[in-house]
Design a protein around this ligand. Structure first.
Ligand code: ADP
Ligand code: MG
Ligand code: MG
Length: 213
């Protein structure tokens, strides 16, 4: 039953909040180059609110979908900013694909990451190459699905996919932003990676590490 995995999902949300705490200044500095400098603070407010929502959800006996949807709502409500709304979408759409009843297998986890990536593109309107978190998220989803389909273990698939996401996030330094607040300052952003892509890859890496520990 998916309820049995809810405490694990709750611990992974705490891992997200800890990872953001460790990188809050770096993310703010990246966002200050061509944006408004609040990406670290916004991610911190959102991920803390998500982590704070977990105990109540567990006390209510939530399954994965309910726990992740409560966490996504809390994140979007408290973070403010574009990335907060999109992280709320990520958690909610992962949860919707996992459901409240069955224990998901690796193929369903891969579909959940793909569902999150599709939802972020639908809600935010960005495509790969626009220099946003979509670059890192699509890279993560495609690599994870390919690894799982080729028979890799969940742990190996998570490590390979998060490493690929990191490579793609860093390579956004060479792109000109076509979406969001950085777009009017596109030239300034050249040479600096997109903050939302970097935070997404940092979080994916921390989750992969926690899942393999
Ligand atoms: P804000 O831009 O509202 O201050 P943040 O600073 O928290 O919000 O987040 C900025 C990040 O949001 C960008 O680095 C980019 O990755 C992401 N972003 C902005 N617009 C979009 C969009 N339309 N689709 C996907 N991601 C986006
Ligand atoms: Mg910002
Ligand atoms: Mg802002």
């Amino acid at each position: 039953e998916s309820r049995a995995l809810a405490p694990l999902a709750g611990r992974l949300i705490a891992v997200i909040a800890d990872t953001v705490d460790e990188h809050v200044e770096e993310l703010g500095r990246l966002d200050a180059v061509a944006g408004d400098g609040d990406h670290g603070i916004g991610m911190q407010r959102g991920s803390r609110a998500a982590a704070d929502s977990v105990d109540a959800a567990l006390a209510d006996g939530a399954g994965l979908a309910s726990l992740l949807s409560a966490a996504g709502d809390a994140w979007a409500d408290r973070a403010g900013g574009t990335s907060g709304a999109l992280w709320g979408t990520i958690l909610t759409s992962v949860g919707r694909e996992l459901g409240d009843t069955e224990v998901p297998d690796a193929a369903r986890l891969a579909r959940a990451v793909t569902a999150a990536s599709d939802a972020v593109m639908r809600v935010g309107g960005a495509q790969p190459g626009d220099k946003t978190m979509v670059d890192a998220l699509v890279a993560l989803a495609e690599s994870f699905a390919a690894e799982v389909a080729s028979g890799a273990s969940l742990e190996d698939a998570a490590v390979t996919a998060s490493a690929h996401s990191t490579t793609v996030a860093r390579a956004t330094a060479d792109l000109l932003p076509r979406m969001g607040r950085a777009r009017p300052h596109a030239e300034k952003a050249l040479g600096t990676p997109d903050p939302g892509a970097i935070s997404l890859a940092l979080i994916a890496t921390a989750i992969a590490r926690a899942a393999t520990a």
